[in-house]
Ligand binder design. Structure first.
Ligand code: B12
Length: 218
């Protein structure tokens, strides 16, 4: 029954039926379904299928835009549930943003929310964030983690540039770097000298907690 509802949310995302998605999300909320599961297996799974169709020329940009708007509206409905159990632990502070040239912000914003829920202080710089802006915020906030998101193959190299600038400014040893986003991989993370790569918001939280534990023991 619950799986049915999540499946319907995914299918309605794929077919860009905004009103239906929002109605089904309300149903999921009323039925007290796990909000994180609705985000992951419903909304995110659906928008990914649509992205693949776009790549194959079977869907078009206006459809992606409708799906993105629907996703944001859906997240607004779910956010009170996601943040209901904000952890009181103070695990450290994170500077997060989508890299320069890239305006995709849905995944980055979910990661930011889930980090807050799990006890991190988050400074969200938004989208199109230059290496200079990331570095200045790290310096200003004395954050222990920087989290970068990239959705385009043409922008992911900005992650490398940011790490290089952190090194140049003498900040690299003081901060852990984690990266994510559809075109990014563990291999890419290793190649640019990032400390962690996460495939989704669950992994982002796990990695950030690992960093926090290592910080404590050093
Ligand atoms: C929605 C969408 C859009 C929306 C964005 C709206 C918004 N406000 O974000 C709009 C319509 C505006 C858009 C525009 C474009 N898009 Co677009 N878009 C997508 C789509 C369908 C979904 C992205 C998304 O929101 N996914 C849902 C979220 C929840 O998932 P996510 O972002 O992957 O995030 C999760 C994980 O990756 C991870 N994560 C993310 N960040 C981080 C960070 C850290 C630190 C960690 C640990 C984890 C992590 O956790 C998140 C949550 O679980 C993707 C398809 C895809 N497969 O990703 C294409 C896609 C990314 N877009 C693409 C393209 C080409 C474009 C455009 C260039 C199109 C154009 N011709 O104009 C423009 C880019 C403009 C720009 N300069 O940025 C391509 C990129 C291809 C490539 N190889 O580079 C894709 C892959 C579609 C495709 N298959 O062709 N897009």
């Amino acid at each position: 029954m619950n799986e049915d509802l999540v499946k319907k949310i995914r299918e309605s995302m794929i077919t860009c039926q905004a009103d239906k998605v929002l109605r089904l999300i309300q149903e999921a909320i009323d039925q007290k379904l796990d909000a994180a599961m609705v985000v992951k297996d419903g909304l995110t799974a659906g928008i990914r299928v649509l992205g693949n169709r776009f790549e194959r020329g079977e869907a078009f940009l206006p459809e992606l835009a409708v799906a993105a708007e629907t996703m944001k509206e859906g997240l607004k409905l779910l956010e009170p549930l996601l943040t209901e159990t904000v952890s009181q632990e103070a695990l450290g502070s994170v500077v997060i943003g989508t890299v320069q040239g890239d305006i995709h912000d849905i995944g980055k914003s979910i990661v930011a929310t889930m980090l807050i829920v799990n006890g991190f202080t988050v400074h969200d710089l938004g989208t199109d964030v230059s290496p200079e802006q990331f570095t200045a915020k790290v310096r200003e906030t004395k954050a222990n983690i920087i989290a970068m998101s990239a959705l385009l193959t043409t922008t992911m190299d900005k992650m490398r540039e940011t790490i290089d600038l952190l090194k140049k400014e003498g900040l690299r040893d003081k901060i852990k770097v984690m990266i994510g986003g559809a075109p990014v991989s563990q291999r890419f993370a290793d190649s640019i000298g990032a400390d962690g790569y996460g495939v989704d918001f669950n992994q982002a939280v796990t990695i950030a907690k690992q960093f926090a534990r290592k910080d404590e023991s050093s």
